[in-house]
Design a protein around this ligand. Structure first.
Ligand SMILES: O=C(O)[C@@H](O)[C@H](O)[C@H](O)C(=O)CO
Length: 497
């Protein structure tokens, strides 16, 4: 058995390229030397630790226990901040519009190593620390937790190509301030509460009457720019009619004002780069190419620069399952959406990007491989798949709990799941439980109930599933990473990466 010092010396001298024993797993890729300080991540029965030897500022600043000539430090928030200070690659960065990026939302804080192993060496960069305020509320985590998990994964894997941190689907100024204060490098502004979805259901006469109530100066502004001036975007098919313009102005004008206000107050005043994304996808109103162009054109006219735009595409981008809709129409509109993004020099952002296998090739083609795509739930489902394979009892209890509480979860996510189509648990053998992850309704059942499952408690206050769930995943760390490499690898392959 190696002592701490012997372990690091063996790695420093190159005598160890892999090392694992019943008691200790060494993440050899984590080995790093900063001045006279050497450090390494290991996993013991007590969990993951930093092993530190040598001397110097980094050694002194890492908080831990002195053990046979070295130091054993926890993966604490404070130690993560120290790593960020001495190892810049462990801090998140903005990427700008000239490289493809992928949001790899990790609701558990344990998926990023597998994500890094999947994306390393490809022509795309990971936004590892991506979580929405909704996800934080449902999992009980904080943005500090999200950044800590991503940074330690980057250190563990020795990944030095850069990663992002996305404060996702932010609606409130206090949440924007929170994410920016912590150093998040991407901000996804969710404008859904500023989009007027009631307009879609009104008659032309009602829309016209409401439009006429707008100030004449505003109406003249829009009519001059969209009825009297042709929108000239190579590759985009854009036809404005008076009726459609009136509808789009009523739907999006307040949202455009909101976008501008947040940009001026929080983005334009920053002394660092932040990738600013506009999200108009989580709304009942599909974003026509004309509406997309209008929003983008107004933003440019107001000096608002953005990293990406997430329209609500035609059809359905539901959670954790493939595209639902007319793919020919999706392709026609995607061509225009992608051309508009090129025209205004930002990236198209694909939300709920998990598992949209039937349209990935089109997305890669029409964006010329320059896109932002977001996943999150599918990564959680890969963890559930591991549980289904190795801990059938736990899977059955989680599945049943999800069935019993599904209605509560639909308050957070729009899905058209048919619960009754899911094969009853009692008819499925242990060996076949993983097949649930291949069936859309079961996928969505487990997908949107993640928060309820992770937070549920027994009568004595102990966690009903979470402790056993995380213990199972810790024991199956390699299997989870392998599942992510395969599943997210499929995403990237079909996207042309
Ligand atoms: O669940 C959430 O709130 C996020 O993961 C959100 O869905 C995200 O923007 C996304 O589109 C992931 O696919």
């Amino acid at each position: 058995m190696y002592t701490v010092k012997q372990l690091i010396e063996a790695i420093k001298s190159g005598n160890i390229t892999t090392f694992s024993s019943p008691d200790v797993k060494v993440y050899v890729s984590s080995y790093t030397q900063v001045g006279n300080t050497s450090l390494l991540m290991v996993r013991t029965a007590a969990g993951k630790k930093l092993i530190v030897t040598g001397e110097g500022e980094l050694y002194d600043q890492l908080i831990g226990e002195n053990v046979d000539g070295g130091k054993v430090a926890s993966l604490s928030h404070e130690n993560r901040l120290t790593l960020n200070q001495f190892l810049p690659y462990t801090a998140p960065q903005a990427f700008g519009t000239q490289v493809a990026t992928m949001g790899l939302g990790d609701r558990l804080g344990i998926a990023s190593p597998g994500h890094i192993q999947t994306i390393r060496g490809k022509d795309i960069r990971p936004v590892l620390a991506q979580q929405s305020i909704r996800e934080l509320a449902l999992t009980g985590r904080t943005y500090e937790d999200v950044l800590d998990a991503a940074a330690y994964a980057v250190f563990q894997e020795g990944y030095k190509d850069g990663y992002g941190a996305d404060g996702d689907h932010l609606k409130k100024e206090e949440d924007i301030e929170y994410a920016l204060r912590l150093g998040f490098t991407m901000l996804t502004l969710d404008c859904s509460e500023n989009i007027d979805n009631t307009i879609e259901s009104k008659s032309e006469a009602e829309i016209a009457a409401k439009y006429e109530q707008l100030p004449a100066s505003l109406r003249n502004h829009y009519e001059k720019r969209y009825l009297e001036t042709a929108a000239n975007v190579p590759g985009a098919t854009l036809n404005y009619t008076r009726q459609a313009l009136q509808k789009d102005v009523l739907i999006y004008d307040a949202a455009i004002n909101f976008m501008e206000a947040i940009f001026r107050k929080y983005i334009a005043t920053l002394d660092r780069a932040v990738d600013f994304e506009i999200s108009i996808d989580e709304t009942a109103t599909p974003t026509s190419p004309e509406a997309h162009y209008l929003v983008a054109n107004e933003l440019r006219d107001r000096g608002v620069t953005i990293f990406s735009m997430a329209p609500r595409f035609c059809g359905e981008f539901q959670k954790g399952i493939d595209y639902i809709g007319d793919i020919a129409q999706f392709e026609r509109e995607l061509a225009s959406h992608a051309a508009i993004a090129v025209h205004f020099e930002y990236k198209l952002s694909i939300h709920s990007g998990s598992d949209k296998f039937s349209v990935f090739p089109l997305i890669g083609q029409y964006t010329n491989g320059l896109f932002h795509i977001k996943t999150a739930g599918t990564n959680w489902l890969e963890a559930v798949r591991v549980v289904a394979k190795v801990n059938p009892s736990l899977y059955r209890r989680m599945h049943q709990y999800a069935l019993d509480h599904f209605g509560e979860a639909t308050a957070y996510y729009h899905v058209t799941t048919d619960i009754n189509a899911i094969v009853p648990l009692g008819e499925v053998s242990d060996a076949d439980l993983p097949d649930y992850m291949e069936e859309n309704n079961a996928r969505q059942l487990l997908h949107i109930t993640y928060g309820l499952l992770l937070q549920s408690k027994n009568a004595d206050g102990s966690k009903q599933f979470a402790d056993e769930f995380f213990q199972t995943l810790a024991e199956q760390e390699d299997a989870f990473a392998e599942g992510l490499r395969y599943h997210i690898g499929r995403h990237l392959e079909l996207l042309g990466k």
